[in-house]
Ligand binder design. Structure first.
Ligand code: ARG
Length: 458
């Protein structure tokens, strides 16, 4: 098979090189964008009279026919044609004759591939942003269902202070909001048309880049033609956003894994999202959450992969850059599947509120409230901390919870302790007492939920 670039070559490409350099095995998924870009390009060429309208029509009809065949699984991708761009072009020429060879006027694969990836990524970014919003709504519904249910809040994975499950769920809504904003921001920089940069220096032909941008829905065109074909920073930015998202979701995954253990017993994951063991009949494993935790590594890997790929590459296009696609595609697929599976699993996950209440009630987690009680009685906080620490020590030695100590026992530690101290040890009162903005109290959680409902509308 004759290559599109065979003119200056005396020898045929070695078979091993053909296999080594091909990208069709992975870039074929860009075909819808490649065809869309080519149709817009052909329309522009005709409008600028670089080709005739009749020629453009033949090219566009040919491309549409190819799209139909690919869609129907009737297209034969060939390694000899190297990549998605040349496979489609070669087939176009085969179908409509030499006029098909006019499509590549004022264009290079360098700006073509940059265009295809940008079109692809814009599409994917839109989907990912919508999926994040969906997941935020899932967390919001959980927050609503468990708005006032107490659970232990942790620092150092040691019981610290009681919190509401509602607030814990809202924490994820906040994280996801920042993730969504980051993707939205990445979309702005991805949304720039590189076509017209050609190989690297632009073209001598009178192209209309703004027109192509309009046809393809880009809000602007890239300016420096060398930069347009040389950079892949928008992909790296996407992978950075994805890594942060996965970092957040891996923390959720870890919590789900912990909470579903016998030791915690805070949640019951749906059977339909767990798997069993081939030997231990009693097992119910949180594999989905574990895989989310594990897949985080793949996405981080993709980020480091592309950063390393692009490091120190001289301008402008280098073939190295073909290697961007497998990690990019893998990260896109991973992020989307993780968001989808969580969106389905979380609504079916139940909290065992008896168990979380019981866990929140123990462990001296109201010690800070006791210290703050003393502060309200005029004791300097550092002293209040010391006194409370001693009370906790005493209670531990007596094998008692704070609420099991008598007023007399408590007064041994400070004269500032009075009758009203006993109200301090009610868990529900303790939650209600959190009055600061964004605190864990059921009322504040409900207020935050209604704010989020408004924000996540539509
Ligand atoms: N398959 C190539 C890539 O993905 C397309 C661009 C090839 N350009 C070239 N000058 N060989 O990067």
């Amino acid at each position: 098979m004759k290559k599109a670039w065979s003119g200056r070559f005396k020898e045929k490409t070695a078979q091993v090189v053909e296999e080594f350099t091909e990208s069709i095995s992975f870039d074929h998924r860009l075909w819808p964008y490649d065809i869309k870009g080519s149709i817009a390009h052909a329309r522009m060429l005709a409008r600028k009279k670089i080709i005739s309208h009749k020629e453009a029509k033949a090219i566009i009809e040919g491309l549409k026919g190819i799209a139909r065949d690919i869609e129907a699984g009737r297209f034969n991708w060939r390694v000899e044609h190297e990549d998605v761009h040349m496979n489609i072009e070669a087939e176009l020429i085969r179908r409509i004759g030499p006029v098909g060879g006019k499509l590549h006027t004022a264009r290079s694969r360098n700006d073509q591939v940059a265009l295809d990836i940008r079109l692809y990524l814009k599409d994917q970014l839109g989907q990912i942003i919508a999926l994040i919003k969906k997941l935020q709504r899932v967390f919001l519904r959980l927050a609503n269902r468990y708005a006032g249910s107490p659970m232990p809040g942790y620092t150092h994975l040691q019981r610290a202070q009681p919190v509401t499950i509602g607030q814990h769920m809202l924490a994820y809504v906040e994280m996801l909001e920042r993730d969504r904003e980051r993707f939205q921001d990445c979309l702005k920089r991805t949304d720039s048309l590189p076509l017209g940069a050609c190989a690297l220096s632009g073209t001598t032909l009178p192209v209309d880049r703004q027109y192509v941008a309009k046809l393809l829905g880009f809000s602007r065109i890239s300016i420096n033609s060398m930069d347009a074909v040389a950079d892949r920073d928008f992909e790296i930015e996407f992978l950075s956003c994805s890594s942060l998202l996965m970092m957040h979701l891996s923390r959720l995954a870890e919590e789900l894994i912990l909470w579903s253990t016998e030791e915690f017993g805070f949640i019951e994951l749906p059977d339909s999202f767990c798997t069993g063991s081939s030997i231990m009949p009693q097992k119910k494993n949180p594999d989905v959450a574990e895989l989310i935790r594990g897949k985080t590594g793949r996405v981080y890997g993709a980020l480091i992969n592309l950063l390393t790929l692009m490091k120190a590459l001289p301008l402008s296009y280098n073939r190295d850059m073909q290697e961007d696609k497998p990690p990019l595609f893998d990260a896109v697929d991973t992020v989307k599947s993780v968001l989808q599976v969580l969106t389905e699993m979380l609504p079916k996950t139940r909290f065992n509120t008896k168990r979380t209440l019981q866990a929140a009630s123990g462990g001296y987690s109201l010690a800070t409230d006791l210290a703050e009680y003393l502060v309200r009685k005029g004791v300097p906080f550092r002293q209040a901390h010391e006194i409370t620490g001693k009370i906790v020590r005493y209670a531990i030695d007596k094998n008692k919870e704070l609420q099991e100590l008598s007023l007399e026992e408590l007064r041994e530690f400070s004269d500032s302790i009075e009758e009203d101290i006993l109200g301090i040890f009610s868990l529900s009162d303790a939650l209600k007492r959190r009055v600061s903005v964004g605190s864990t109290s059921p009322d504040e959680v409900k207020r935050q939920i209604s704010l989020w409902k408004e924000r996540l509308k539509g």
